[in-house]
Design a protein around this ligand. Structure first.
Ligand code: DQA
Length: 141
């Protein structure tokens, strides 16, 4: 099973960025935990701070991956182009947010991509990525 994790803008700074909100673990460290937890799953990760690069990646992987876990960062709240890209691909996409976007600023409550996704996980910290992977793996059995 091939799962792609896509992290959007500023998520390269996980572990150092606002640790009170996003925690103090780097995504590299968390990703190696995911590889240990799911040794039989082909998990790859792509991070970009650029909207177009994320759209290109969705186009590239979206016709062959079994599932995509997408934390689009702030693009979640702004990008119709990203929502269109999610809608354009056959791979199921799960939207993940580390923080509880509904308990923060008003502008974070709206997601352009949510309606195009299979589901959304928000506010459960990094564990949201593991839960999304478990969903895809359970579904593929
Ligand atoms: C985030 C929430 C977004 O509102 C924010 O812009 C991010 C991270 C999260 O994982 O909680 O960059 O997607």
């Amino acid at each position: 099973m091939k799962i792609l994790i896509i992290n959007g803008p500023n998520l390269n700074l996980l572990g150092r960025r606002e640790p009170g909100i996003y925690g103090s673990k780097s995504f590299e460290d968390y990703l190696s935990e995911l590889h240990t937890l799911f040794p039989e799953t082909d998990i790859s990760c792509f991070q970009s701070n650029h909207e177009g690069a994320i759209i290109d990646k969705l186009h590239e992987a979206g016709f062959s991956a079994d599932g995509i876990v997408l934390n689009a960062g702030a693009l979640t709240h702004t990008s119709i182009a990203l929502a269109d890209a999610v809608a354009a691909i056959p791979a199921p996409v799960i939207e993940v947010h580390i923080s509880n976007v509904h308990a923060r600023e008003e502008f974070r409550r709206h997601s352009f991509i949510a309606a195009k996704c299979a589901g959304s996980i928000t506010g459960l910290g990094l564990d949201g990525y593991r839960l999304a992977l478990s969903y895809f793996i359970g579904r593929g059995r």
